[in-house]
Design a protein around this ligand. Structure first.
Ligand code: URA
Length: 481
C-alpha cells in the first residue's frame, strides 16, 4: 500500500506529481491511500507517508479536458476526490476516449464535482458582501463567507480585479484572502466571530436590493435556486427578502390595476408617443412616467426598464451619454456602473458638481445581446437614436440647461440631430440653434476600453480638460443667476 500525503486540500501540483509517478509504476488505484497534511485521516494514525517513487523514464499524456476537470474537482470537499481522480487517470492512460464517456461512473463523479466547484465559485462572486472597517483613508473592507468547497484561491482574483482600488479581506473557515491594492495573499481560516458585523454599508445594500427587486418577476423557487437560503444569513439584504416577497403579491396586484405604468403593457395610442413634439415645458415627473412605457422602438422588449435622466430641475448643465449599461438597466438610474464611476471621478477633478448636473442618455433602454450569463452591450442604431430623441428634446425643454455636454458619438448625434464626428467638434463650445451651448467629448466607456495604460492616462486627462470647460460654464451660470 502507498500512503500519499498532500501539502494542502488544494494541492493540485502535489497530487499530479505523485499520481504521475504512481501510474508510471503501475500502482493500482486500490493500493493507494491519499491524505492531506493535518487532515482528519492523517490525524487518525496513518502510517508514515510513502516517498514519491522516482520516475526514471516513461511518460504519458492525458486529454486536456481531464486536466481541466481535475483542477476544479480537486477543490471539491469530498475526501474521496484524490482517489477517484487517480483511478480515472490510471484508466485514461491507455484509453483517452474514456473522458468522453459521460455515463462512466468515474467520469460522471469528476464532472459533477468540477461543476459543483464552479457553481460554488459563482455563488461566492455573487454573495460576498464587504463591510467597512475604519473610515475614509483608513477604510478596509472585510467580508465573511462560508464556501461549500475549497474555492477561496480560485475565486479571489475576481475580487482583486473588481475591487482593485480598495483594500479588502475575505474571511472564511478554510482560508482568508487579502488584497492590499497590489497583491493577493492568503492566511489560515478563522471563525465567524472574527468577522465584522453590521455597518453603514448594510443600508446601501438593502436599498440597492430593494431597487432591483421586481415583484412582477418574482419566482420564489428560481430565486432560492440562485440565492440559496444558506447564503442569506450573511447577506445584509436578507432581512428585507421576506417582507419583499410578502409584499410582492400586493404590489403585483397594484401594478396590474395600474397597468399604464407597466413598461411592457401595450399603450392605448402608442403612435402618440412616437410622433409627439413638445414645445411647452413638461414636468420632469410626468416625462419620466410617460417614458416608463415608451414603445417607440423595440428596445423596451428586452430591457428591464426605461432609465430616464436624473438631476435637479434647475441644473445649468446637462450631460448626455449613450444608453444605460447592464448595471443602470437593473438599478434604473443613469451612470451608476463602471462608466459612471469614471465619470464621477473626472467631474470631481474638473471641478463640476455632479449633484448640480442633470445626467441622461440619448437612448433610454439598454441594448444588448445575451452571451451566456452576460449581457453584451450593443451600440444603438440610428432609428433607435431617432425614436428616443423626443425624450431628450423634452428633457431639454423641462430643464432649460445653458450647456449640453455630449459624451460620445451617439450623444452627439442626438444633441445635433445628425451624425457628428467627435474628432472635429471636441473640446470647444458650439452654439446650438436654440441659443444654448454644446460641448462634445468622449464617452467614459471609451476610456475604460483603452488597452494601453499610457493612452488611458492621457485620454483621461483630455476628458478632464474638456469637463473643465463645463466647470467654467457652471460657474458663469451661477454668477448670472
Ligand atoms: N453608459 C452610458 O452611456 N450611460 C449610462 O448610463 C451608463 C453607461
Amino acid at each position: 500500500m502507498q500512503y500519499l500525503t498532500l501539502d494542502t486540500e488544494t494541492d493540485f501540483d502535489g497530487w499530479r506529481k505523485a499520481a504521475r509517478s504512481l501510474v508510471l509504476h503501475h500502482v493500482r488505484p486500490a493500493d493507494v491511500t491519499w491524505t492531506v497534511q493535518g487532515g482528519e485521516a492523517e490525524l487518525f494514525a496513518m502510517p508514515a507517508p510513502s516517498p514519491i517513487l522516482e520516475v526514471n523514464d516513461g511518460t504519458f499524456n492525458v486529454p486536456a479536458k481531464f486536466v481541466e476537470f481535475a483542477k476544479a474537482a480537486i477543490l471539491h470537499r469530498d475526501g474521496e476526490r484524490f482517489a477517484i481522480l487517480y483511478r480515472l487517470l490510471f484508466r485514461l492512460k491507455d484509453n483517452h476516449d474514456l473522458i468522453e464517456v459521460a455515463t462512466d461512473s468515474d467520469v460522471a463523479q469528476i464532472t459533477a464535482m468540477a461543476r459543483a466547484v464552479h457553481r460554488d465559485e459563482h455563488k461566492m462572486h455573487a454573495f460576498v458582501r464587504f463591510r467597512e472597517i475604519g473610515r475614509e483613508r483608513e477604510a478596509h473592507y472585510v467580508a465573511w463567507f462560508e464556501p461549500e468547497h475549497h474555492i477561496v484561491e480560485l475565486a479571489a482574483p475576481f475580487f482583486a480585479k473588481r475591487f482593485a482600488d480598495m483594500p479588502w479581506s475575505i474571511l472564511t473557515p478554510d482560508l482568508c484572502a487579502h488584497w492590499d491594492g497590489h497583491a493577493l495573499t492568503f492566511t489560515s481560516g478563522v471563525s465567524k466571530g472574527e468577522a465584522p458585523g453590521e455597518d453603514r454599508l448594510e443600508e446601501t445594500w438593502r436599498r440597492y436590493y430593494a431597487s432591483i427587486f421586481n415583484p412582477a418577476r418574482l419566482k420564489v423557487k428560481a430565486m432560492q435556486t440562485e440565492m440559496p437560503k444558506k447564503y442569506w444569513r450573511n447577506l445584509p439584504e436578507a432581512s428585507i427578502i421576506k417582507p419583499l416577497i410578502e409584499d410582492a403579491e400586493r404590489m403585483t396586484g397594484a401594478m396590474i390595476a395600474k397597468s399604464a405604468t407597466d413598461p411592457h403593457k401595450p399603450q392605448k395610442r402608442p403612435e402618440a408617443l412616437m410622433t409627439r413634439k413638445t414645445t411647452a415645458a413638461d414636468d420632469l415627473e410626468t416625462l419620466r412616467e410617460e417614458a416608463a412605457h415608451c414603445r417607440a422602438c423595440p428596445l423596451y422588449k428586452d430591457a428591464t426598464q426605461t432609465v430616464f435622466g436624473e438631476g435637479p430641475k434647475d441644473a445649468t448643465i446637462m450631460l448626455v451619454g449613450e444608453q444605460p449599461g447592464d448595471k443602470e438597466d437593473l438599478a434604473g438610474h443613469p451612470f451608476v456602473g463602471p462608466a459612471g464611476q469614471m465619470l464621477d471621478r473626472a467631474l470631481e477633478e474638473a471641478g463640476v458638481d455632479r449633484k448640480k448636473v442633470y445626467v441622461t442618455n440619448a437612448v433610454k433602454h439598454f441594448k444588448f445581446v445575451p452571451r451566456g450569463k452576460i449581457r453584451l452591450h450593443q451600440k444603438p442604431a440610428t432609428p433607435e437614436i431617432k425614436a428616443c430623441r423626443q425624450w431628450y428634446e423634452r428633457e431639454v425643454t423641462a430643464i432649460q440647461p445653458d450647456l449640453i455636454v455630449a459624451m460620445g458619438a451617439t450623444a452627439a448625434q442626438s444633441v445635433f440631430g445628425k451624425i457628428t464626428p467627435i474628432g472635429k467638434t471636441r473640446g470647444r463650445l458650439i452654439d446650438l440653434p436654440d441659443g444654448r451651448k454644446a460641448l462634445v467629448t468622449v464617452h467614459p466607456s471609451y476610456l475604460l476600453r483603452l488597452p494601453d495604460p499610457e493612452a488611458k492616462v492621457l485620454e483621461y486627462q483630455r476628458f478632464v480638460e474638456d469637463l473643465k470647460i463645463a466647470a467654467g460654464q457652471q460657474k458663469k451660470s451661477a454668477h448670472a443667476a
